[in-house]
Design a binder for this molecule. Structure first.
Ligand code: LLP
Length: 409
């Protein structure tokens, strides 16, 4: 989104007009930015056979999935429902990586029936998989490297107390099961967390994976997960994807030369691809000065964007309606009946009731984590594609709130 001649625009389109057309609260995604991010990963890893598996959970809208497919991405899914969505979006089963955690074995069976790549992260599940499929269907193993990394504890998945992955210290048990059932282990996977800024964390993961990989002769790929961080505010640390691509590709090439066969390098970014492409546009319902603060109360809240309350995440906010207004300090809150701060102590151009605000970095884990809490409607979603604003999900209606409910009284 750019400010030109006092007007905020995405791909030349005036965002205020978009919001007038589709109403607020409104999620808007810039397709160009999404494609740009995908391309930049491919270009950073150009020295190797990189396969991008977009982490669908970040933003699951079918049009976004189709867009990414069109530009050559594969997809990472974590539930059988996401697997069905990915197939529905046209992804070939072999381009889908299915990484469930703590699911019933029936969901693994369904994954096999769909023909997607299966990633297992539990010894008992590996044993069941061996009993049922032996060497007839390959699987990947998700490892827990005992590395603490990621933006905060809630989004760190590779440390020793995390529920994810099979500990690298349990490698002997993995080998025992693999030998017992003749398992065809075609991949090794680590996803250590979200918002990892240091290239070194990925290189450390690589060292661990390469050390282990030599014991697995049927590998086709090694998957380094996602977790590339983008800027949420000015001056934020980000993952230097070019540095990462260069160094990881080099280490990877050296590794597979000694492994004796070319392997694919997989990555599963979610935030990196869609975070910055998305905006949540909200309308100011009230401006409420109190003896201590001035609140801006908007027509949204934690039901639409839970990240600030759940992870203390910072999302930049701008006043679209009054870009040149004199700056004042506000606390931006939603209309939900519990504390739902979207941004504390923010310097915004003077906010008047009725003003349109944009909440940035709302593309990843925004709509996909939204809910109908307080029986409010989830927003509509719009994709700006080739200079046109296209509705890709309509706003909820009252019928949606009752859908599925059964009145027994
Ligand atoms: N691969 C696997 C197996 C994952 O579990 C995840 C994210 C990713 C890839 C993509 O991670 P990303 O590149 O988006 O960081 N709701 C949280 C983030 C949770 C991430 C869960 N797993 C947030 O809003 O910060």
């Amino acid at each position: 989104m750019e400010l030109t001649n006092n007007t905020y625009r995405i791909q030349e389109l005036d965002v205020t007009e978009i919001c007038e057309q589709f109403g607020t609260p409104l999620y808007v995604y810039d397709a160009e930015k999404i494609i740009h991010q995908l391309r930049s990963i491919k270009s950073a890893f150009r020295d190797t056979d990189v396969k991008v598996k977009y982490a669908a959970k970040a933003l699951t809208n079918i049009s976004i999935l189709k867009l990414l497919k069109k530009y050559g991405s594969g997809v990472d899914v974590v539930s059988i429902q996401e697997a069905h969505l990915a197939l529905g979006a046209g992804f070939a089963a072999q381009d889908i990586m299915y990484t469930p955690n703590c699911v019933g074995f029936d969901e693994i069976i369904e994954g096999v029936e769909l023909g997607v790549n299966i990633n297992l992260d539990n010894l008992s599940v590996l044993e069941k998989f061996g009993q049922k499929y032996g060497d007839t269907f390959p699987c990947c193993v998700r490892l827990n490297p005992h590395i603490m990394a990621g933006g905060n504890y809630k989004i760190s998945t590779g440390h020793s107390n995390s529920k994810f992955g099979i500990s690298v210290y349990q490698l002997p048990q993995i080998m025992e099961i693999a030998e017992k059932y003749d398992l065809v282990i075609n991949g090794l996977h680590i996803h250590t967390g979200s918002e990892i800024t240091e290239t070194d964390v990925f290189l450390k993961m690589a060292e661990i994976l390469f050390g282990i990989a030599r014991d697995f002769p049927s590998l086709k790929f090694i998957d380094f997960g996602g977790g590339f961080k983008v800027a949420y505010k000015e001056g934020d640390m980000v993952t230097n994807v070019y540095d990462l691509g260069l160094k990881l590709s080099k280490a990877f090439t050296e590794f597979y030369q000694s492994y004796g066969r070319k392997l694919e390098l997989w990555v599963e970014p979610g935030k990196y691809i869609v975070s910055e492409a998305g905006y949540l546009f909200v309308k100011t319902n009230v401006v409420k000065p109190t003896p201590s603060l001035t609140f801006v109360g908007v027509n949204s809240g934690l039901n639409h964007l839970i990240r600030p309350m759940m992870y203390d995440a910072h999302h930049d906010i701008v006043n679209v309606s009054n870009p040149t207004g004199s700056p004042k300090i506000y606390t931006v809150v939603g209309n939900i009946c519990e504390t739902d701060t979207l941004g504390s102590d923010r310097k915004l151009s003077e906010v008047r009731e009725g003003d349109l605000l944009a909440i940035k970095n709302a593309g990843a884990y925004g709509y996909s984590m939204s809910s109908n809490y307080n029986s409010r409607f989830r927003p509509a979603e719009v994709l700006i594609l080739n200079g046109e604003a296209k509705l890709i999900r309509r706003r909820d209606t009252f019928e949606d709130l009752l859908r599925g409910q059964i009145d027994v009284i």
